[in-house]
Design a protein around this ligand. Structure first.
Ligand SMILES: CC(=O)SCCNC(=O)CCNC(=O)[C@H](O)C(C)(C)COP(=O)(O)OP(=O)(O)OC[C@H]1O[C@@H](n2cnc3c(N)ncnc32)[C@H](O)[C@@H]1OP(=O)(O)O
Ligand SMILES: CC(C)C(=O)C(=O)O
Length: 559
């Protein structure tokens, strides 16, 4: 297609060259256990904020990460800024790092930065020192202006500096991590050469491995190509068993989670990322999403994500970044169905579900209760909704198991309200509408009380009906109290024939209330009436009165 502007011109770009890979195995793998997680919220996340976090904010987020179960947390770039340095010191000096948690810090491969990094870590029980340099073609040629051997030299020098500084502080248990930054833009044979060279300096063993972190610093290809890169890299790395393979994906193409997942299938052991994907440009890999993806497949994510709202609150307050309401798993609206057919399916699945069963509910990939969400949020009503959704709200919030004919009538009324307001119809609005229309609480007549006598011939009922002229007693006989009352209603000019009827208890216990639903033909038109009372007969009489009142109201309107 011819571009409509000279600036927007796809011919400026080239497709990412796929790896010529003949021995591709990863597509047949599945993820059966969670990778080792490393949160980089306090470093990569922090370096991407308009206003980096204060020490107090970092402390709050660190505590959240610890409580969620992270065992490795990259806490900053201590040689870069005062707050980053002070934060490391505070965690160490105030003994805030739990024994099973290891902090990680980042540094460039430059002597003064490395020296300062180790100085920041004095007194730390165990730490990962993470050193990086850029290895991609564009960085080599245009930023560093070095050839391949020159770039290897930066990496090797950095690795040596790190090892030498570590020797000066033998009381700390050191773990070394190297990142060939811009790995995705690096030729794979060269990425392997750089990492082999770094490993030769560090001399890891399977018992004391190093971490090789392969970043999609910029996401440049589809995730399958990234997985090919990881598998190829690991197939060609010397001394693979002495390296923990970590990945650190970014989200430029919106596939950071997919890339990390496929990378784990391709052999990665460890995944770096941030809560909700905060990070440079479009962000880092979102650990919440990847962990919940595992959880929803029956795999223990080894992170506690049960308190979604608390996690969101702390993360957003510390980063000052909002969470999109449709954010995977944790967004405010992700367990909410507005559309009628979804609501109907959810309601039917939930009502059939037995608690011990494996979760299998249409449109809900997990049980929202697992992350502290309420079923109330599952179904919300607007003009896209249907009778199933409205029935769910009434049942959930008021315990009403409405019969189908009433659901249809109520849904018409709610739909009209939604279309008129062009807004969401709240549970409170539905309840008001229900009481107004079907219980007819403002109707012309109300029932004050009744007296019932049974005899062999049938029932005699005397109902006190309150109207604008005072109380009228309607006495009549029939086969049961309802038939008797329908005859009594004739004295008010109402001919009422019951077409369908149902009832159920609303609450438990001796003072439980009952609800009666009456579908009736009143003066030739169909109406639904509802009555609620502790006395089931009175509930039914009220339901009939409600149907009659609706008919009288309509007749007055017509007149
Ligand atoms: C993909 C990533 O997220 S990587 C992490 C990036 N994070 C950050 O940069 C945040 C913290 N960084 C900083 O605050 C600063 O960059 C500092 C304090 C670390 C360094 O500051 P400065 O030395 O003033 O500047 P700057 O970062 O621009 O340094 C660039 C110089 O370092 C060199 N350099 C950059 N990265 C590296 C590296 N990883 N290893 C060795 N040298 C490096 C550059 O070639 C350049 O050299 P030159 O001065 O000879 O041209
Ligand atoms: C330092 C490295 C791991 C990094 O943050 C990146 O490449 O995105």
């Amino acid at each position: 297609m011819k571009p409509s502007s000279t600036a927007f011109d796809h011919r400026k770009y080239r497709p990412f060259p796929p790896l010529k890979k003949i021995n591709r195995r990863w597509p047949d793998n599945t993820i059966e256990q969670a990778p080792l997680w490393c949160s980089v919220d306090l470093r990569d996340g922090n370096q991407a904020l308009i206003e980096p976090m204060s020490v107090a904010q970092k402390k709050r987020l660190f505590q959240l990460l610890v409580n969620m179960g992270f065992k490795e947390i990259e806490i900053g770039f201590p040689a870069a800024s005062g707050p980053d340095y002070d934060f490391v010191r505070m965690l160490i000096d105030e003994n805030m790092i739990p024994d099973d948690v290891t902090i990680q810090v980042l540094t460039q491969a430059r002597q003064h930065l490395i020296t300062k990094t180790f100085e920041a870590l004095i007194g730390c029980r165990r730490a990962v020192v993470h050193v990086y340099n850029s290895t991609s073609k564009v960085q080599r040629e245009q930023v560093f202006q070095r050839d391949r051997s020159g770039i290897i030299q930066i990496a090797v020098d950095g690795a040596r500096m790190v090892a030498e500084e570590a020797k000066k502080h033998p009381d700390t248990e050191w773990v070394f991590q190297y990142s060939p930054e811009s790995f995705t833009g690096t030729e794979m044979d060269f990425a392997v050469d750089v990492c082999n060279a770094v490993m030769k300096i560090w001399q890891p063993t399977p018992e004391k491995p190093v971490i090789l972190n392969l970043p999609a610093t910029v996401e440049m290809s589809t995730p399958n190509i990234f997985a090919d890169q990881i598998e190829w890299f690991l197939d060609h790395l010397e001394n693979r068993e002495s390296a923990i393979c970590s990945v650190h994906t970014h989200n430029d193409r919106g596939c950071a989670v997919a890339a990390a997942e496929l990378a784990v299938m391709a052999g990665a052991d460890r995944v770096e990322g941030t809560l909700f994907g905060n990070g440079e440009r479009t962000g880092n890999m979102d650990i919440v999403t990847m962990a919940m993806n595992l959880y929803s497949q029956g795999v223990d994510p080894r992170l506690d994500l049960s308190q979604a709202n608390k996690i969101i609150k702390i993360a957003t307050e510390c980063t000052d970044l909002p969470i999109h309401p449709r954010h995977p798993w944790f967004g405010e609206l992700v367990y909410t169905a507005f559309s009628g057919s979804h609501q109907d399916a959810i309601r039917k699945c939930l009502s059939k579900r037995k608690t011990e069963e494996v979760w299998d509910v249409a449109y809900l990939p997990i049980d929202p209760a697992d992350i502290g969400r309420d079923y109330q949020e599952v179904i919300r009503i607007n003009s896209q909704s249907g009778k199933g959704g409205v029935a769910f709200v009434l049942e959930h919030d008021h315990g009403l198991q409405t019969p189908r004919w009433l659901q249809i009538a109520l849904s018409v009324a709610v739909q009209a309200a939604a279309e008129t307001s062009a807004k969401e119809v709240s549970s409170g609005d539905i309840w008001n509408l229900f009481q107004q229309q079907f219980m007819c609480i403002d109707g012309q007549y109300s029932i004050g009380g009744y007296r019932l006598e049974h005899s062999a011939e049938g029932d005699s009922v005397e109902v006190d009906v309150r109207g604008s002229q005072g109380v009228i007693s309607l006495a009549s006989q029939g086969k049961g109290p309802l038939e008797a009352f329908s005859k009594g209603l004739e004295k008010l000019g109402v001919r009422l024939d019951i077409l369908d009827y149902s009832e159920h208890a609303l609450d438990n216990g001796s003072d439980a209330r009952a609800v009666s639903y009456v579908h009736a033909s009143v003066n030739g038109q169909r109406y639904c009436g509802v009555g609620i009372d502790q006395d089931i007969v009175l509930a039914s009489l009220k339901a009939m009165m409600a149907a009659a009142n609706q008919a009288l109201q309509n007749e007055q309107k017509v007149a």
